[in-house]
Write a protein that binds this ligand. Structure first.
Ligand code: HEM
Length: 386
């Protein structure tokens, strides 16, 4: 049974050959030639150098660009320091909630309940029946909103902006978010949306556009990334029962294993930066105003940093992966993503003896210069109880 990591006909790392040849790949995205920074060291250098490689590019930090699916600048993603640090400080307390004991306990109970329900079934489809409900309900815990709100988010499918056929559903998301903020403004509670309506930045309240900009990334950034991590992990444990045994033998190992899954799955392939001046990326000239890609999923397979990068080694140490980015924009949702994945691994160790894949189709990113397997599109599995 092919799994994301062990199919020689579809290697995990489509960037190896260009990276080893000259360290950069110029690829055409939506008609634009974009040099891709592929090596770990080059990527970390560029990610730190925001004065040259700027994120001040509304709708254009994601690749493909998102001007056709949203009308607000995502915050703090699409701003440079020092303003970006001010924007970050506004929401950081909410993201840090992932470290609170009561939040950890609620997550354990949610994941325990979901996995137990899946064990009761003959088989289930892991994207729709487990990953989407888990991602949505875990986000409700992080944002401190009632679980009932997550029922709406579950209906959104894997991606909040685009249907599978590429059509936009961004307008519906913005209308929903506006209504949420209206409600929060009228009767504020302790939740994330109320906090936005009460927040101040540099002594003034946030504008509605700014509030929507935070909500946009919270709903989008943390969605398919977590969903794809969950299904990638389930596929791996089904395919490599020895790794499952390794975790079960000492459940503290789920911490290091989670980092290796984030590295090997690299849910965000890449994001872009706009060059503020003429520059060079590993020998390729880039003019001011043009874009480069920071390719996290390539840097995470750089053999000069990660020995046998195509192998999933759950005991890999050190593991300086860049799945959550690097530098000032380091992922704000990382603590939450880690909590979800560690809890899932721990609960699986406790409740499930073996996972069998019954049927699957993979989701790939098909670009002119490469094809990358991102995650499962459908993953029909059976959990065998312990
Ligand atoms: C496995 C899951 C995730 C991965 C792999 C991931 C990856 C990333 C990456 C690579 C960046 C860096 C952006 C850049 O350098 O331009 C980032 C930033 C960000 N992520 Fe995540 N993310 C994940 C989950 C989440 C979740 C669950 C949330 C929110 C609920 C979230 C919210 C954010 C925000 C707000 C930023 C912007 C930080 C800033 O600009 O200062 N992420 N993420």
């Amino acid at each position: 049974m092919p799994c994301p990591f062990h199919n020689p006909n579809n290697p995990t790392d489509p960037f190896r050959e260009p990276r080893e040849r000259d360290g950069v790949l110029v690829n055409n995205f939506q008609g634009r030639d974009i040099p891709m920074v592929l090596r770990h060291e080059d990527l970390r250098k560029a990610a730190r150098d925001w004065e040259t490689f700027s994120s001040d590019a509304p709708f254009k930090v994601p690749i493909p660009t998102e001007e056709d699916v949203r009308t607000v600048r995502q915050l703090p993603l699409e701003v440079d320091p020092p303003e970006q640090q001010d924007y970050r400080a506004v929401v950081e307390p909410f993201f840090n909630r992932a470290k609170l004991p009561e939040v950890i306990v609620r997550m354990e109970s949610l994941v325990g309940e979901l996995v137990a329900a899946m064990r009761e079934r003959d088989s289930f489809e892991a994207v729709r029946d487990l990953a989407i409900p888990l991602q949505s309900r875990a986000l409700a815990i992080l944002l401190d909103v009632p679980d009932a709100e997550a029922k709406i988010w579950i209906g959104w499918g894997t991606h909040v902006f685009r249907e599978g056929n590429g059509t936009s559903k961004g307008a519906a998301l913005e209308a929903y978010t506006n209504a949420l903020l209206d409600r929060a403004q009228a009767s504020p509670g302790a939740d994330f949306f109320s906090a936005l309506t009460q927040a101040r930045i540099n002594g003034r309240p946030l504008t509605r556009q700014e509030m929507l900009g935070y909500c946009s990334i919270v709903f989008a950034g943390g969605r398919d990334t977590i969903i794809n991590s969950i299904t990638g992990i389930i596929a791996h444990l089904a395919h490599r029962p020895a790794d499952f045994d390794y975790l079960r033998a000492d459940r503290k190992r789920v911490v290091g294993a989670s980092e290796e899954f984030f590295r090997a799955l690299s849910p965000v392939t890449h994001l872009s930066r706009k060059c503020t001046r003429d520059t060079e990326v590993h020998g390729v000239k880039v003019a001011a105003g043009e874009f480069v890609s920071l390719c996290f999923s390539s840097a995470n397979f750089d053999a000069t940093v990660f020995e046998s990068p195509d192998e999933v080694k759950l005991d890999r140490r050190p593991n300086p992966h860049v799945a959550f980015g690097f530098g000032p924009h380091l992922c704000l949702g990382a603590a939450h993503a880690r909590l979800v994945v560690r809890t899932l691994l721990d609960v699986l160790c406790g409740q499930v003896a073996r996972i069998e894949i019954l049927e699957h189709t993979w989701k790939t990113e098909d670009e002119p210069g490469y094809t990358r397997r991102v995650a499962a599109d459908r993953l029909q599995v059976r959990f065998y109880s312990r």
